[in-house]
Design a protein around this ligand. Structure first.
Ligand SMILES: [Zn+2]
Ligand SMILES: [Zn+2]
Ligand SMILES: [Zn+2]
Length: 356
């Protein structure tokens, strides 16, 4: 019998950030690559859309009119999932029907007044302004008495349920730590207690030494496909310096974060020559925990794109994945190699659109 190989044999990989396992089936990824890259029909969007509720000067549902904003624009979601004034309460009858009131704030962040642009199209100053807005919002919301966690995220593309193509993200601030950051909180604190070191500092050092899962990097951030990635082209963006939150990034680091986000999202677009859909967001320290707990946190972003082999073939999390555990065929190493093989120019996709 041949000896075990990561590129040939089914195996499971451990995610140290969540403590969960994923199943990898690399033998199935050797099937012929059927998904030819076919440029999609050009999607010509105007710089301003009079029917868009996020464009400057337009009216939103409920009759509020957006200002004629020129940079980023933040407003409280008109249909928020959480309310700041929910009264306290809850029950735990028999320990089975457990309820807790949850307070929170949901905001929308327009990245730019331009309806037709996405992150890879932005110039460095515009993207830096987005990073600054995320940091300011994190700081302001964490200062609220009822808020313990600020989740900054972006859903991009109809495939991810984004209802409007205008470049925008969301910020949900919650009274309790949501599930995913809660798992990472526990794991990072445990790692620090056991080893006296940071989980993600140690992990990035291992990845930088091996290089095979690195997508791109600059002086302050590294974009990589995590060893335990579930989605075909999942990536993480991790700061090189040990720091736990967006507000603690200095000016050079904020410029570098803008740079790596632009380059990574351009690579995504160039992979299948489309405006690539994803859900992305930052994980950062919670508020109202001890300084020691905050110091165990290492700031990072996750990108979860749904596409598998082409612009139209997506990965579904069904069957064994819903009932057992997540599974992937294309290995993390293959995903990283494909993302490294495409360019970082935002014009490549545009070129394809114009020719198609
Ligand atoms: Zn718009
Ligand atoms: Zn660290
Ligand atoms: Zn995370």
């Amino acid at each position: 019998m041949a000896s075990f190989s990561l590129v040939e044999h089914p195996h499971r990989r451990h995610n140290p950030l969540t403590g969960e396992w994923i199943l990898v089936s690399p033998h199935r990824a050797r099937r012929p690559w059927l998904g030819q890259v076919e440029p999609q029909p050009a999607e010509h969007r105007p710089a301003y859309d009079p029917t868009c509720y996020l464009c400057p000067g337009n009216e939103r549902a409920g009759g509020v009119r957006n200002p004629a904003y020129t940079g980023t624009f933040v407003f409280d979601n008109d249909f928020p999932a959480l309310l700041a004034d929910t009264p306290p309460g809850g029950t735990g009858a028999e320990g089975l029907l457990v309820v807790e009131a949850e307070r929170g704030i949901c905001r929308v962040v327009c990245f730019s007044p331009r309806h037709d642009l996405t992150l890879p199209d932005f110039d460095p100053a515009t993207l830096r302004r987005v990073v600054d807005t995320w940091a300011e919002q994190t700081e302001a919301l964490n200062a609220r008495p009822a808020i313990r966690y600020v989740q900054v995220f972006e859903n991009k593309g109809a495939m991810m349920g984004a209802s409007n193509p205008h470049p925008h993200g969301q910020i949900w601030a919650t009274e309790h730590l949501p599930n995913e950051p809660a798992k990472e909180h526990t794991r990072q604190l445990a790692y620090r207690a056991e080893r006296g070191a940071c989980l993600l500092c140690d992990y990035v050092a291992v990845e930088l030494a091996r290089e095979e899962r690195i997508v791109c990097a600059n002086d302050h951030f590294v974009a990589l496909v995590p060893f335990w990635a579930i989605w075909p082209f999942e990536t993480m963006v991790v700061s090189r310096r040990h720091t736990g939150g967006l507000p603690s990034l200095d000016g050079a680091e904020r410029d570098a974060l803008a740079d790596i986000l632009r380059r990574l999202t351009a690579r995504y677009d160039n992979l299948f020559q489309i405006s690539f859909p994803y859900s992305m967001g930052f994980h950062q320290w919670p508020a109202k925990v001890t300084r020691r707990a905050q110091e165990a946190w290492h700031l990072h972003a996750h990108f979860y794109p749904p596409l598998l082999r082409s612009a139209s073939v997506r990965k579904f999390m069904v069957g064994f994945e819903m009932l057992g555990m997540p599974q992937r065929d294309l290995t993390a190493e293959m995903g990283a190699a494909r993302l490294r093989s495409v360019g970082e120019s935002a014009t490549a996709r545009r070129g394809a659109d114009d020719n198609g």
